[in-house]
Design a protein around this ligand. Structure first.
Ligand SMILES: O=C(O)CCC(=O)C(=O)O
Ligand SMILES: [Fe+2]
Length: 313
């Protein structure tokens, strides 16, 4: 049985910015995962988002297929995705719905107002709230990296960030004994940070290390720890672009969702930089003894490459 991960708890409302930043640094170096409390997103709004998400996934398949994923927005059906390219499984046992930047709203797809009248305003309101919590957190992450608080704004990363809200539904059915079917197979997220909230049903596991060395992803044997839901908190994890910026100082930790036989809903918000932003090793994160590990890359190109590997488009 996997143990429960004892993740740090970061208070986004703390006025002591320096100690919060230090605490974030430690959390990102040691775990790449932490809980975020007092983030300003009301419980009542979260409950409404879950309710609307449930309504969408309960629609007949044909209605959902009308909104099939295009331009990385819309519906992805069960087994459409295998997050672990090294596995030969038939795909993950989950369905999802992506909502992209509201500034580019013509690319987004929405269920019709006749079907789900409150859906779009609820999702837009949540998108804005979680984005503002995320931006505040990024300013503390900048401080944690000994940068100016507005560093990521100044380099344009937070100017119309290419961020996606993903509604997830795990139906909970278990595959045959001989099949290895995950809710979400082992992966790391692609962007800067992910802010996740679940409905409380367990399943999420993170591969937590105890050394600060950049680990080799997908290397066996692995030890996984359960990441449980905490009432009122976001589960935050560092994504691969932040790992590249920090030259592996901050970890983009592998995680997965185990099948438990229970139906499960979650909301993942991937805060990814503006597509034109160049992601390159921060001066404070490389030295002679810690040489740069990745070449600079345009955020949009990196994201496209990763999505291509997951979806083929
Ligand atoms: O549903 C969850 O708990 C995690 C989802 C996730 O890791 C993802 O969509 O990237
Ligand atoms: Fe993830």
């Amino acid at each position: 049985m996997a143990e429960a991960a004892k993740l740090p708890i970061i208070d986004l409302s703390s006025t002591d910015l320096i100690s919060t930043a230090n605490f974030i640094r430690q959390a990102c170096v040691e775990y790449g995962f932490f809980y975020l409390v007092n983030h300003g997103v009301e419980e009542e709004l979260l409950a409404r988002v879950f309710e609307e998400s449930r309504k969408f996934f309960s629609l007949p398949l044909a209605a959902k297929m009308n909104l099939l994923r295009k331009e990385h927005r819309g519906y992805t059906p069960l087994y459409a995705e295998n997050l672990d390219p090294s596995s030969s499984s038939k795909g993950d046992s989950k369905e999802s719905f992506y909502i992209g930047p509201l500034e580019k709203s013509c690319l987004n797809q929405w269920p019709s107002q006749e079907l789900l009248p409150s859906w779009r305003p609820t999702m837009e309101s949540y998108y804005c709230k979680v984005m503002s919590a995320g931006k505040k957190l990024i300013s503390l992450i900048a401080l944690a990296l000994n940068l100016d608080k507005d560093y990521f704004e100044k380099i344009g990363a937070l100017d119309e960030p290419e961020s996606f809200l993903r509604l997830l539904h795990y139906p909970g059915e278990l595959g045959h004994f001989e099949e290895q079917i995950f809710g979400a197979s082992a992966h790391s997220d692609y962007g800067m940070i992910t802010l996740l909230v679940t409905d409380g049903v367990p399943g999420l596991q993170a591969y937590v290390y105890s050394t600060s060395v950049c680990r080799e992803k997908f290397k066996d044997p692995q030890t996984w720890e359960n990441v449980f839901h905490m009432n009122g908190a976001f589960i935050v994890n560092i994504g691969d672009m932040m790992e590249r910026w920090t030259n592996c100082l901050f970890r983009s930790t592998l995680h997965r969702v185990m099948p438990t036989g229970q139906e499960r809903y979650s909301l993942a918000f991937f805060l990814d930089p503006n597509t034109e932003c160049i992601v390159q090793c921060l001066g404070s994160c490389c030295s002679e003894s810690r040489p740069q590990r990745f070449p600079p890359i345009r955020s949009g190109d990196y994201l496209k490459e990763r999505l291509m590997l997951t979806y083929g488009s």
